[in-house]
Design a protein around this ligand. Structure first.
Ligand code: ADP
Length: 193
């Protein structure tokens, strides 16, 4: 099963991706996690993207596309994967289609996790508070100001990605509001069998 998970920041993509990983034994390919790792390692790519990420803007398409293309060639992704946080621009979606076509594979479905803006702001505040309470590091981009930028970027650059996959007949809408378990059931209900 090859999937991609779209949705605004704070929609719960990471949480639902983890459940899909457990259910289908496929790896989660989170571009946010991969980029944060690159930043933590201090690699050349990491240094290039750190400030962009801290501002809540998108890192350049060529950087993420090459990170993802390298990752889908790992042996653990041979039987499938779930892309989380990618593609985030129409150019990335087109590049992904091309990379997959080069490998003779394609996405089975693209899930669009829908959550309204009020609920997103509540969640992101909660996420930062939880992390602070438990002593975990709070993501530098999880503050209301940067979060607003991330939402704007989502609306302008990522929302059109859903249309791209709708045109290809691959888009599945999922209501992302409610208990985690209920959202997961809705996801299972729209996956191809
Ligand atoms: P969220 O979905 O909660 O916004 P992520 O962990 O997916 O968080 O992404 C964090 C940051 O990493 C983004 O704000 C952006 O700077 C960068 N990033 C992640 N994925 C991409 C992508 N596909 N294209 C460009 N930038 C990305």
């Amino acid at each position: 099963m090859r999937l991609a998970l779209l949705g605004p920041p704070g929609a719960g993509k990471g949480t639902q991706a983890t459940r899909i990983v457990d259910r289908f034994s496929i790896p989660q390919l989170s571009t946010g996690d991969m980029l944060r790792e690159a930043v933590a390692e201090g690699s050349a790519a990491g240094l290039r993207v750190k400030h962009i990420m801290d501002r809540g803007e998108l890192v350049p398409d060529d950087v993420v596309v090459s990170v993802v293309a390298g990752r889908i060639d790992h042996s653990d992704a041979a039987n499938g994967f779930i892309l989380d946080g990618f593609p985030r621009t129409v150019a990335q979606a087109e590049a992904l289609d091309q990379e997959l076509a080069n490998r003779g594979i394609k996405l089975d479905a693209v899930l669009d996790l829908e959550v309204d803006q009020g609920a997103l702001l509540d969640r992101i505040r909660g996420r930062a508070e939880e992390a602070a309470k438990s002593g975990e590091p709070v993501r530098r981009d999880d503050n209301p100001e940067v979060f607003k930028t991330r939402l704007d970027v989502y609306r302008e650059q990522t929302a059109p990605v859903a249309e791209h996959f709708a045109d290809l007949g691959k888009l599945r809408h999922v209501d992302g509001v409610g208990e985690l378990q209920d959202v997961f059931k809705r996801i299972l209900a729209v996956l191809p069998r």
